[in-house]
Write a protein that binds this ligand. Structure first.
Ligand SMILES: [Zn+2]
Length: 307
């Protein structure tokens, strides 16, 4: 005798009653089938929801990816624009180097730049197209950084050259030692003004001025000689360094002594007629590396600096 389960169906409205008798095994099988079907349906439902969500998420990622690519393209173009703008600084650098008589920086060196650590992309898990754009951006940044550093180095070189040139210029004889007065007798062969017949070399220029007129140093330097020197009369020599010396002769009085440092434009003596001369004037000489040269080439009557 087996176990049975009775299922009684009753409908009061239709006055209906029915008794269904199932064996226990059949009832259990029915319950198991129901549970399996329920779980399968639920699993399928959840799977479909997940799939829909994943698809939506993928679409969102693709949209974000596109946006990122567009932004990277925009950044790349901006860097290119900045790099092009930098070329005006290169042109400026060339102009400044020309002015200060310095060689240009070769275009190949500009294109490579100098110094600094090269950047490398951090992630390798991002897409190839993003990686490629990032590589180009890093490369542009490296070039731009190199150019900036090169320009900085060039500016330092220009500044050093300017300082050196300014220092040199301050030691080059370049002003009229008796401002407001003109050269009466120039550098070169001439008839001796004393005997009026011998042709002699005149190793300087004569600038006529009344006795007592102030004579100014034509460049920075150190007084190397003060005193009487034969035909030169009372004179001053100034050593300007860099091979330059100047001589101021026929003075009536001297305002400096040997060893004094004098600046360009400083009064050093007064015009006179001492030594072998016929009238009051300054005999002015410029010596370059021991050779007497034409002082007129070193005097600018219009400005302080020539050559
Ligand atoms: Zn003279």
């Amino acid at each position: 005798m087996g176990n049975f389960i009775d299922i009684i169906l009753i409908s009061k409205r239709r006055n209906f009653q029915r008794n269904i008798r199932l064996s226990f095994g059949l009832a259990v099988a029915g319950v198991v089938i129901f549970v399996v079907l329920f779980i399968s349906t639920l699993t399928l439902f959840i799977y479909n929801i997940q799939r829909t969500y994943s698809h939506f998420e993928l679409q969102q990622q693709e949209v974000e990816h596109e946006k990122l690519l567009r932004k990277l393209d925009s950044l790349r173009q901006y860097l290119k624009y900045t790099e092009d703008r930098f070329n005006s600084f290169i042109a400026q650098d060339n102009r400044e180097r020309t002015y200060w008589q310095m060689a240009y920086i070769h275009p190949d060196i500009w294109s490579m730049g100098i110094g600094g650590k090269k950047y490398k992309p951090i992630s390798e898990s991002i897409s190839n197209c993003i990686n490629r754009r990032l590589d180009e951006i890093y490369e542009s940044l490296d070039i731009l950084k190199g150019k900036c550093m090169l320009r900085k180095t060039s500016l330092v070189q220009l500044y050093q050259k300017q300082q050196k040139d300014f220092q040199l210029w301050s030691h080059i004889p370049s002003i009229n030692p008796v401002p407001g007065h003109r050269i009466g007798s120039g550098f070169g062969y001439r008839v001796d003004p004393i005997d009026k017949k011998t042709i002699r070399m005149h190793w300087g220029v004569d600038i006529g001025a009344p006795k007592g007129t102030l004579i100014y140093a034509t460049a920075d330097g150190v007084v190397s000689y003060v005193g009487w020197n034969h035909g030169y009369g009372l004179m001053v020599d100034i050593d300007h360094g860099y091979g330059f010396r100047t001589r101021y002769a026929h003075c009536s009085s001297i305002l400096v002594k040997p060893g004094d440092f004098v600046k360009r434009g400083q009064a050093i003596a007064r015009v006179g007629a001492t030594g072998r001369t016929t009238c009051s004037h300054l005999h002015y000489e410029v010596h370059v590396s021991g050779v007497k040269v034409n002082p007129a080439k070193y005097i600018s009557f219009a400005s302080n600096i020539i050559d």
